[in-house]
Design a protein around this ligand. Structure first.
Ligand SMILES: Cc1cc2nc3c(=O)[nH]c(=O)nc-3n(C[C@H](O)[C@H](O)[C@H](O)COP(=O)(O)OP(=O)(O)OC[C@H]3O[C@@H](n4cnc5c(N)ncnc54)[C@H](O)[C@@H]3O)c2cc1C
Length: 395
């Protein structure tokens, strides 16, 4: 009798890559591991910020998922178009695949088109092509008003817009155009990185102020006028601190974080909620189906206050390890008792070869217990080492 079970992993981004590796390592021949992604390559998104400055090449921050074959992991480079958890079936463009266990790590869908005028007016910081275009056009930027806009909540990597501001500030100073350049961040958040608690938020806000980077909280972008190069903010929902609400603001260079939504295929499968995010037990990552797990950006988990747990690769990584361990244990008829406790960490580039480092437990009650190490060269080097480690370790 063939005791091998089929585990299908949807998505070869951060969570899917770790889950596939860990599962094959821990379950060996007991598991047939199939990874499906529409993209032939795994892309390491944290390096987009260095790519923006020309410090990385696109081909150096991605690797073909087909390389996983050498670890015994099957890779299917196709789009997933349907999931039927009742009949344990995944449908891709060309195949119908049956699974025993399913791990969903499809991330967030980016939908710039939700805000009129946005895509044609600026650079998408969260898409490889957008960052490459920004890098090329920065060379000819002679100074002016730079707007970094978080277009809506939730968005992945809460640190990225602030890192982009610090690194652009560095570049403008190096090029001698900082005197005629003004950087402003516009965001619906009340403070930077609000899910890490007010102390971290205030520390980052101070770093922005030291560098004369404008911080405009509680601003909600409704549209962009590409001809006039103007941002239109909503008049609703802001507080007194949201000074831009209801106003239009002009810009010369627009860098944006696009609206995010849960993958459409999730909503259609009945696994996702209205917005496409998947409710799970946040310790075991189990969905309402016993053999279906979801990890990473696609899940709808909350911290103790009821606010969403941030979307970041570090969560996808640790959640993948928990799910892989538990499935491997089930295959070996051992108790599947590993749980994710909410610990996480994150580097925050602050410019000029320095970075900060935030670490702690996001599920700590009554509030996340996060500490931030002072910005220094060591954390910047830590971030570089982690990038090298990541693209070596999982391939
Ligand atoms: C600029 C930037 C900087 C960042 N920096 C950090 C950082 O420093 N630290 C950190 O922790 N996080 C960081 N992040 C966030 C991190 O990249 C994400 O949170 C993480 O990748 C989420 O992992 P995931 O597996 O949930 O989804 P993803 O990594 O987004 O993977 C989803 C995969 O699913 C595939 N997919 C989606 N739909 C389909 C479909 N229908 N069919 C087939 N395939 C599909 C996609 O092609 C993709 O490969 C950063 C993100 C950006 C954009």
């Amino acid at each position: 009798m063939n005791a091998q079970k089929t585990i299908i992993i949807l998505g070869g981004g951060t969570g899917g890559l770790v889950a596939a590796n860990e599962l094959k390592k821990k379950a060996g021949e007991k598991a047939r591991v199939i990874l499906i992604d529409k993209n032939p390559n795994h892309i390491y998104a944290p390096s987009f910020l260095w790519l923006m400055l020309g410090k990385r090449q696109a081909e150096k921050i991605q690797k073909p998922l087909s390389l996983l074959k050498r670890k015994g992991i099957e890779f299917i480079n196709e789009e997933i178009i349907k999931i039927n958890p009742e009949s344990k079936l995944v449908k891709t463009q060309n195949q119908n695949l049956q699974y025993d266990y399913l791990i969903v790590s499809l991330g967030a869908e980016l939908v710039p088109e939700k805000i009129p005028g946005l895509a044609e007016s600026g650079y998408n910081l969260y898409a490889l092509k957008g960052v490459e275009k920004l890098r090329d056009d920065l060379e000819n930027f002679a100074g002016g008003k730079v707007a970094i806009v978080v277009s809506s909540l939730p968005f992945k990597c809460p640190a990225a817009p602030y890192e982009a501001a610090f690194l652009l500030n560095e570049r403008f100073q190096e090029r001698g155009i900082s005197g005629k350049t003004e950087i402003n961040i516009y965001t619906p958040e009340t403070l930077p990185l609000p899910s890490a608690g007010p102390d971290i938020g205030k520390a980052v806000a101070e770093m922005l102020a030291e560098r004369k980077i404008g911080f405009n909280p509680e601003t909600k972008l409704v549209s962009v006028n590409p001809q006039k190069r103007e941002l239109q903010f909503s008049a609703q929902g802001g507080s007194a601190s949201g000074g831009e609400n209801g106003k239009t603001t002009s810009f010369d260079l627009l860098v944006f974080i696009p609206p995010h939504q849960g993958p459409k295929v999730m909503k259609d499968s009945g696994l996702g909620n209205e917005a496409g995010w998947i409710p799970v037990d946040k310790e075991t990552l189990k969905t309402k189906y016993d053999t279906v797990f979801a990890i990473g950006d696609v899940i709808a988990a909350t911290v103790a206050s009821g606010k969403p747990r941030p979307k970041a690769g570090v969560f996808a990584h640790y959640e993948a390890e928990v799910v892989a361990e538990n499935i491997a244990r089930e295959l070996k008829r051992l108790p599947a008792d590993k749980k994710y406790d909410g610990h996480a960490s994150c580097f925050l580039e602050t410019g000029f070869g320095k970075a900060g480092f935030a670490h702690g437990n996001f599920y700590h009650a009554p509030a996340p217990a996060i500490k931030m190490k002072r910005s220094g060269r060591i954390w910047h080097w830590g971030k570089i080492l982690f990038e090298k480690y990541w693209l070596w370790k999982w391939f």
